[in-house]
Structure formats: C-alpha cells, structure tokens
Design a protein around this ligand. Sequence first.
Ligand SMILES: [Zn+2]
Length: 179
Amino acid sequence: MSDRLGIPADWAWLRQVHGADVVRVLEAGAQGPGDAAYTSVPGLPIAVSTADCYPLIVESSGAVGIAHAGWRGAATGVVEALLRGMAAAGHVPARAAIGPGIGACCFEVGPDVGERFRGHEATTDWGTTSVDLSAVVRAALGDLEVWASGICTMSNEAYHSHRRDATPQRQVAVAWLPA
Ligand SMILES: [Zn+2]
C-alpha cells in the first residue's frame, strides 16, 4: 500500500480507545493511547483504523491531523480536541475530510445514545431512531472547508462494518505531509 501511495512504509499508529486524547507524533510506530494525532514531520504517515466509526483528516499549514470518531469519541469531543491541539501547536486547521462511516440510514441507537446528540437524530431505513454521526463530526469542524465521502459502511458491502458483520477487519485512513 505504501508503494502505491508513494510514501514511507513505516507508519505511526494509535492505540485507539474511543476517547479524546490527542497525540503529537514525532516518529513512526505504535503511539497512544489516543484517538487523534497530528504530525509536523514531513513524510511520516499517521493512520487510524475504523469499521463504522468515522475517520477524519485535518490539514493545516505545516501539519496534518487524523482522528477516529465513533459516537463515544464524538461525544467526548475528539474532533474539537484535535483542532485545539493542532492550533495550540501553531498549526491552525484549514480543511478537513471525513471518510466512510456508519450512516444515519443504519446507525440505530437507543435513547441513551440518542439524547447525547440532540439535533442530530435521524431515522434508519427500517424506521427506528438513529444518529447522523457524520453530521455530528461535521458540526464539530465549525467553519472549516469539509469534504465528506457520504458512504455508509454498513449499507455498502465494499466496506468493513462492525455492526453488519462483527468483523475484525478495518478500513485504514492515512495522512502525511509531503516529504
Ligand atoms: Zn447505511
């Protein structure tokens, strides 16, 4: 995969815990625990893995950030924490990209989860209460220019979905600064 992308083979990975801790990455290898990271090191790929949670990439001058945002992380403020962490280090976020994750069409939730996301409630394709987690992530990005894939990992069988298959397999999102 690194060859195809033309990037170094040694990536930095987080030990993801569905929280909101942000890791500043200085070298490749295992990092964390944390669910967001950024690096200002050129040519150092940073990655998160997801299967229904949303991968998020944030671009700024001199740094790139990445996050893993499921409902727990989103409710805990992982997106805001990444933006704050990057800005505090002098890398004011400029643009963001939201990858594939479970859509409002499929993300059925109980009342305990639904009430954490007032204003982002929706309805599944089968008529039960859901949360539009992509919209939650987008809202947390404020005024940033945002690209979103709009792909639901549970509806689209080309993607791994923990809810659909209880699969241990994951999508990987990777971000890097040009070397
Ligand atoms: Zn769906």
